[in-house]
Design a protein around this ligand. Structure first.
Ligand code: R5P
Length: 316
């Protein structure tokens, strides 16, 4: 198997290669003065099973184009198969028409990928349950929830967040920051021995995109919150508004600490500063998206997805 990395997350690609006891294959991307790109493989891939690793986060279109070019280069050069590891799949929140006249951006990207005859996609925590069904090729969806559950159960985490680590779970609850995350939070609750949960309710203005979080729903009620430690679980953090508002509402209702676990660290614009200055205590994300140095902040902790991806690639 030959592994190639795009330019969006080379660190993760290296870690995946390490976990597979191999090295990344050589590839170069040249950028012409007018901004056009050209990809060139520096190794033969004839009759090889090949893998390209590329997240399609910001700059989304550039990262997608590079991915398409690498897939095309692999196919043209005689690869037996091409698996695209796209840990974060860009445009996944635009998976249907919200308002008349809109594009379904994710569907356009899927059609590009399929027309390039990619054989399989491996991705992480897709935004909605129906996304894999939009593809006509196999999509393996991995989840960060086991990584999060492992970290939450670890003694180190319990000592970090509680002065009574042995009693940690007694006063801990899970929170979905919006109603779209109910399946996720139920699943997480099962992984943690039916840990109780509540959801905050998010309203979004479809014109402006502005959100507001002011109410709760779920098995717990606001009167259960005082004195509790909250663990918010979400699929991604972009502007940070969702988890910041959810955490503030929880703290306004008596929660004593609030940690966030989110798979994809999109971190748009001022998100790092806003998260650092918010009432959130710690932010856990995975390495599906590379977070450059200038976007890291003291409350941020990162959990690697290299091993689970490597394990998936080893399956026949
Ligand atoms: C929304 O449905 C998602 O699950 C996330 O909660 C949302 O995309 C996060 O975006 P932001 O950080 O901009 O609020």
């Amino acid at each position: 198997m030959k592994l190639f990395s795009g330019s969006s997350n080379p660190r993760l690609a290296e870690k995946i290669a390490e976990a597979l006891n191999t090295k990344l294959s050589s590839i170069e991307t040249m950028i012409f003065p007018d901004g056009e790109r050209r990809v060139k493989l520096n190794e033969s891939v004839v009759d090889e099973d090949t893998v390209v690793i590329q997240s399609t986060n910001t700059p989304v279109d550039q990262n997608y184009i590079e991915l398409f070019f690498i897939i095309d280069a692999l196919k043209r050069s005689g690869a037996k198969s091409v698996t695209a590891v796209i840990p974060y799949l860009g445009y996944q929140r635009q998976d249907h028409v919200f308002r008349d006249g809109e594009v379904v951006s994710l569907d356009v990207m899927i059609r590009f990928l399929e027309s390039l005859k990619v054989d399989k996609i491996i991705s992480y925590d897709l935004h909605s349950i129906k996304i894999p069904e939009l593809f006509h090729i196999p999509v393996i969806q991995l989840s960060a929830l086991p990584l999060f559950a492992e970290r939450i159960k670890s003694k180190a985490f319990n000592v970090l967040v509680s002065d009574k680590p042995d009693e940690f779970f007694k006063d801990t609850i899970l929170v979905s920051p919006d109603m779209g995350g109910l399946r996720r939070i139920e699943h997480m609750s099962q992984m943690l021995g039916d840990l109780p949960w509540i959801a905050t309710v998010k309203d979004r203005d479809l014109q402006t995109g502005d959100i507001s979080i002011k109410a709760f729903e779920g098995p717990l009620s606001p009167s259960d919150l005082p004195g509790k430690r909250a663990l918010i679980v979400d699929d991604m953090i972009s502007s940070g508004n969702t988890v910041i508002q959810s955490a503030q509402l929880l703290k306004d209702n008596g929660v004593v600490s609030c940690d966030v676990f989110a798979t994809h660290a999109i971190f748009s614009e001022e998100a790092p500063e806003l998260l650092q200055d918010s009432s959130i205590d710690r932010v856990y994300v995975t390495t599906t998206v590379f977070v450059p140095k200038e976007k890291r902040f003291p409350k941020l902790h990162r959990l690697s997805v290299a091993e689970p991806i490597a394990k998936e690639l080893q399956k026949k």
